[in-house]
Design a protein around this ligand. Sequence first.
Ligand code: PBG
Length: 338
Amino acid sequence: MSPSNRNIDRQLPLTKRPRRLRRNPSIRSLVSETQLTVDDLIYPMFVMEGENERVEIASMPGCYRYTLDLLLAEIAELYTLGIKAVALFPVVPDAKKDDTGTESYNPEGLAQRAVTAIKAQTPETIVITDVALDPFTTHGHDGVLDADGVILNDETVEILVKMSVSQAQAGCDMVAPSDMMDGRIGAIRRGLDAHGFTDVGILAYSAKYASAYYGPFRDALGSAPKFGDKKTYQMDPANAREALTEVELDIAEGADIVMVKPALAYLDIIHQVKANCNVPVAAYNVSGEYSLIKAAAQLGWIDEKKIIMETLLSIKRAGADLILTYFAKDVALILHHK
Ligand code: PBG
């Protein structure tokens, strides 16, 4: 019996053999269902006062607080790597914080100055500004409080509108309300339009959960709440249907892009949101998700580059069109050197 006959004799009676499409890299790339490219990534960055300094965030190795001059240099480099969108977070000195976060709408505030400088240097870079009071309030909450410490919704929304308008005046491309107050998307849309900023978009943190995965970010900004937690405004991790309600409201109020945050423990939410709406869906691969991978990589327990790519691919496969991720630069470098 010839070797080939022997082969045939042993063949199972299979007509469907999925392995045919996995035989080599060329076939695999032809049939690959999901692509991860730098085009889909938004890089969250931290800016601080001062000059010529960058400080690594202890719980986020590889992420820095930059003074504006160094931030500009980094953003220019990112642009050459194909990263064309940044989400900006200012580190606010304690001396500038107060109970109602008035610094948030100071036209000369750090975020506003940074936006103007970035757009002057690299106009093609999309600058997305965070709209929430927590970095600006002494108590660290995303809203103003009454005497009993209750977060007041409508009073907060009024300040968020002022903050959004001042960011638009500084030249941002999109505002990203991350506070989870009710009705803020509609109010911000009306405020922007009334000031002539009809082209400034809204990336809404629509389904933002009360998550422990934000810990390292709060270290980075020194923005952890001084009392209590954020459970009266951020969502309960147990809820999925409620996320669809939040998304529906935000779209009705004028959101251009809706977001689910965090990403990895909420891939099911990303999937459901994608299936239920027709606007682009973003996912925020948050600080704690970043730190877990970086920590395991530093211990030598995982293959960092492969884990980064597999993780971000999973977020896209779940349905995210865009990803905010601290891995954006890592991904760009990995893809360039592939
Ligand atoms: C502030 C804000 C937070 C994040 C983005 N904007 C933290 C929070 O709500 O406490 C978290 C981002 C991250 O963990 O990477 N409203």
